[in-house]
Design a binder for this molecule. Structure first.
Ligand code: GRF
Length: 207
């Protein structure tokens, strides 16, 4: 059984897709052992509670320095003894010691086709604003392993989504969530839980 911790900051629709995927059998061999939010008002915390999953808030605001927060976050994760950490809209820089402790065991969902519209400062609605400003006809989502860079880790899965004329950032964001994020994040977790993903020299192979 793959034990996962899901880290969230906001609405938690990706968390919900994981909860639903486990319930309906799209995701097998997987248990969510905890949800961690950096934001006490995140609706994702409610979703976790409704599903009977233990959920905590670990916020940088409650710690004197970033280092102390980083330790608290790592300890919070370690106390849950996960096999995999899933960043599902988690707007916190992952501390280097956590990346080292969980090399190729942290995945992130990004709402564009990496390497487009990603990197430092490119998150949330900004991703879709940039895609629309550039006039791309196709965008999408990417699930990747987390390394020391921002959105630079090995790519596991991507799904393209059409950009329509007249799209606003909000409309495009929603379409990418529905058609890509809520599909490829659960699928990736299922593949990982069933030993079907191999990482070699930064390249990912699906067996
Ligand atoms: C998603 O678009 C995700 O790709 C991005 O943040 C958003 C989180 O949405 N990293 P939600 O909290 O899962 O609803």
């Amino acid at each position: 059984m793959l034990k996962i911790v899901v880290c969230v900051s906001g609405g938690g629709t990706n968390l919900q897709a994981i909860i639903d995927g486990i319930a309906d059998g799209t995701i097998t061999n997987t248990e969510i052992v905890g949800v961690i939010s950096n934001n006490k008002n995140a609706y994702a915390l409610e979703r976790a509670k409704k599903a009977g999953i233990s959920a905590v808030c670990i916020s940088p605001k409650d710690y004197e320095t970033r280092e102390i927060f980083n330790d608290a976050l790592l300890n919070g994760v370690l106390s849950l003894k996960p096999d995999l950490i899933v960043l599902a809209g988690f707007l916190v820089n992952i501390p280097p010691q956590m990346i080292q402790a969980f090399r190729n065991r942290i995945i992130n969902i990004h709402p564009s086709l990496i390497p487009s519209f990603c990197g430092v400062g490119c998150y949330g609605l900004k991703v879709h604003e940039k895609a629309l400003a550039r006039g791309v006809k196709v965008s999408g989502a990417t699930v990747h392993f987390v390394d020391e860079g921002t959105d630079t880790g090995p790519i596991i899965m991507q799904k393209a989504v059409e950009v329509m004329q007249g799209d606003t950032p909000e409309v495009l964001q929603r379409r990418i969530m529905e058609q890509a994020e809520w599909v490829i994040l659960p699928k990736t977790i299922d593949l990982l839980a069933n030993g079907k993903i191999l990482v070699e020299d930064n390249a990912v192979y699906i067996k």
